[in-house]
Design a protein around this ligand. Structure first.
Ligand code: IVH
Length: 718
């Protein structure tokens, strides 16, 4: 009997027909799990492998292509759509602490930032981290007016009708509550309700759900609110967004107010000062965990006093005043059946262990990342032995896998006693499995060490790199084109017809034009249809004007993530200024290069990657064609534009007495200033405290305005 490992070339016609039937059903099932139920059973890579296998068989037996073949469908069943809601204040995430030492570091960083001695005088709240979905619920004049999911943190989905069905969430606030209250917390499904629901599903012969969190998510995304109502969701209040008035001065006081208003708040919350007490509370919650009727994945610590929270402020995505102390991951034994190689956007070859399916903490695990060749060999980044005894990982091995939260499972160790007699060390490929180009490990210029990553040298020739580039280009923090996700990119990239194919980013924007005069109509392809094609074109057109930082991020320059893209956009203001500067900086010397290196958050590696990117003619060509279609917009200057230091480059030097260096920097950035580490001709203002040395001299030499710390407070008007 043929199975998925049988090479396509050796399949008989009968076997091929049977497998195509199986694949059509199986892929449809995964589509429904993914899109319809928010409960994928397999990772995207495995799904892609099923689709590729289907395509390969169809290519060899074109006569066997079925009417319901997955290759004739693109994307999935239509998603329920909810109107977007822009959060009045962003919904941020939390930094993580994994060990007691991480917690001590977090507490120390709070003291340091505030310029206080670590004397146990700052109070923290400690409460369970609920594994559900965060929700922002807005009340105006005491009435619930809207509810939104977190979404990307800036914009969420309007799920008001569904949230109204949650009995634990009051529709009204008591008299005396502020006029505008945006209450935030976690919607979850109790474990007992989840088990009861699954029993019912099983009894009816229907597909059961994976875990309470996914079920809660799926329940909230129902267009029919009566379905949500039947699912019995629950809620814990722990945070807030916009408030027209603050009813308390501490985190614990706010939560107490929420409780008085009738919201459930978590009973395991404590307010503590000593780090050791905080850690003891974490352990107590960990011990109680199995008996709780809801899933938790850690303990959240928050600085209690709101005035201190305000001073500590935020990093790009998370507050400095809070952290999440995660519980250790859960583990299980299984065997390695195969090692596959995936090729990423930057050409990195990532080995993945295909495992005999095993349940780890309630979720079926079938894959684990193996990171790189060294990792398989038992070596860490600095050449040290990893895992208990540094054993290598082989196909056939019994291994311990670990899963923590949503991260990809890891292979923790190999059980040597169970290694079969006939195993061989894994041979890492020397060519790219996708395009056949050489795969190499670069040598670090300075340290002379071999890079841990093996990279395909195929560049744009490599199909995998090109596709991944496009997927990155349309991803959420880049162009974010609705209706054009990873699966649609696979389709358009694979399309042969010139009126349908998308191979590079500019092709996205010429699709409608190419379609206009063609017979290969998108709307006739299963899965599209007239309405969705229209919507797709509208979504594409909506991105012809795009924020500069999104544009830069979308280019997929190595080492340039979202935060770096934002820093570059802020520093250069317009795309032209950015491109000119990067071209000038190409000599790795001179003013443009120096300026690039003074941008906060941009070190040597990133700076080199950006200028190298602009030396590649192919990149210049693609960007040139892209700019014929889209126009990057100068980024919105931060809300505090009217501040007297907005847009100015400021350098702090010498010792500061009223604030720590970190606090000064955060304050200046909040006011729209750019804080540089060294003085150049581009510096606008130097704030010098006692003991300032060479930076002060340089400022004098360049005739830059110099003020002291008091002058700074006068300048910013506080
Ligand atoms: S505080 C600005 N408290 O964890 C920080 N978050 O990783 C506001 N979460 O998106 C969040 N339990 O969905 C906070 N007791 C708790 C929480 C909690 C769960 C979730 C929340 C947030 C995520 C951050």
């Amino acid at each position: 009997m043929a199975n998925a490992k049988t090479p396509v070339e050796t399949l008989t016609e009968e076997e091929a027909a049977a497998e195509l039937a199986f694949l059509a059903a199986e892929i449809a099932r995964h589509d429904e799990l993914y899109h319809g139920q928010d409960a994928p059973e397999i990772p995207d890579a495995d799904y892609d492998a099923l689709k590729r296998r289907n395509e390969a068989i169809e290519a060899r037996f074109p006569a066997l292509v079925r009417d319901d073949s997955p290759s004739r469908r693109v994307g999935a069943a239509p998603l329920p759509t909810f109107a977007p809601i822009t959060h009045s204040r962003p919904m941020l995430s939390l930094d993580n602490a994994f060990s007691d030492d991480d917690v001590r570091d977090f507490v120390a960083s709070v003291y340091r930032f505030l310029g206080r001695l670590p004397d146990d005088s700052i109070a923290f709240t400690a409460e369970p981290k609920i594994d559900g979905l965060s929700m922002s619920i807005r009340y105006e004049d005491g009435r619930l007016v809207s509810a939104a999911t977190r979404g990307d943190g800036t914009t969420g989905e309007n799920v008001t009708a569904n949230v109204r069905t949650i009995a634990e969430i009051p529709d009204r606030l008591p008299a005396g509550a502020p006029a505008v209250v945006e209450l935030r917390g976690e919607v979850y499904m109790a474990k007992s309700d989840f088990l009861a629901l699954n029993e019912k599903m099983a009894a009816e012969g229907r597909q059961t759900y994976v875990n309470p969190r996914n079920t809660a998510a799926g329940s909230l995304r129902q267009l029919d609110a009566s379905v949500t109502a039947s699912r019995k969701l629950r809620f814990f209040a722990y945070a807030w967004g916009e408030m027209s008035e603050m009813p308390a001065e501490t985190q614990s006081g706010m939560v107490e107010v929420f409780r008085n208003w009738g919201f459930p708040v978590n009973p395991l919350t404590a307010t503590l000062c000593r780090v050791e007490d905080i850690i003891a509370h974490y352990r107590a919650i960990g011990l109680a965990r199995p008996d709780l009727d809801y899933d938790i994945d850690g303990v959240v610590y928050k600085v209690d006093e709101l005035a201190l929270q305000e001073r500590l402020g935020f990093r790009s995505r998370s507050p400095r005043w809070a952290t999440a102390h995660k519980f250790p991951a859960e583990q299980a034994f299984t065997t390695v059946e195969r090692i596959d190689i995936q090729v990423g956007r930057t050409g990195a070859l990532t080995p993945v262990a295909r495992l005999a399916p095993v349940t780890v903490g309630g979720v079926v695990v079938m894959n684990a990342t193996l990171h790189n060749a060294d990792y398989i060999d038992g070596l860490g980044n600095s050449g040290e032995r990893i895992r208990a005894e540094g054993h290598d990982i082989r196909v056939g091995d019994t291994v311990i896998v670990q899963r923590a939260g949503d991260v990809i499972p890891q292979v923790l160790d190999v059980v040597m006693e169970k290694r079969p007699a006939e195993t061989h060390p894994y041979e890492f490929p020397r060519t790219c499995p996708v395009c056949g180009s050489h795969a190499v490990r670069e040598r670090h210029e300075k340290t002379g060490r071999l890079d841990s990553v093996t990279r395909c040298t195929g560049g744009f020739v490599c199909r995998a790199q090109a596709v991944e580039h496009l997927k990155h280009f349309v991803s959420r923090n880049a162009f974010d084109i609705e209706g054009l996700g990873a699966r649609q990119i696979d389709f358009f990239f694979g399309a042969e017809d010139p009126a349908l194919s998308i191979r590079t980013a500019p092709d996205i924007f010429t699709l409608a034009k190419r379609q206009a005069g063609s017979l290969a109509k998108l709307e006739n392809i299963d899965g599209f249809g007239k309405v969705s094609v229209r919507k797709l074109y509208d979504a594409i057109d909506a991105r012809r004007a795009i924020a500069l930082h999104r544009f830069i991020y979308a280019l997929g320059i190595r080492h340039v993530g979202e935060t770096t893209a934002k820093a570059l956009a802020r520093a250069y203001g317009t795309y032209d200024a950015f491109r000119t500067a990067m071209t000038e900086a190409g000599t790795l010397s001179g003013e443009a290069w120096a300026e690039l290196n003074t941008i906060d958050g941009i070190g040597d590696v990133v700076a080199r990657a950006v200028v190298e990117f602009y030396k590649e003619p192919r990149n210049i060509d693609v960007i040139g064609r892209l700019l014929e279609e889209v126009t990057p917009q100068a980024d919105d200057t931060p809300a505090s534009v009217s501040s007297p230091v907005a847009g100015k480059t400021v350098v702090f030097t010498g010792s500061l007495e009223k604030m720590t260096r970190d606090e000064a920097k955060a304050m200046a950035e909040r006011l729209g200033a750019k804080v540089a580490g060294s003085v150049s001709r581009k510096t606008d203002l130097v704030v010098a405290g006692p003991g300032a040395g060479s930076k002060l001299d340089k400022a004098r030499e360049f005739d830059i305005e110099i003020i002291d710390e008091d002058g700074w407070f006068v300048r910013i008007g506080s």
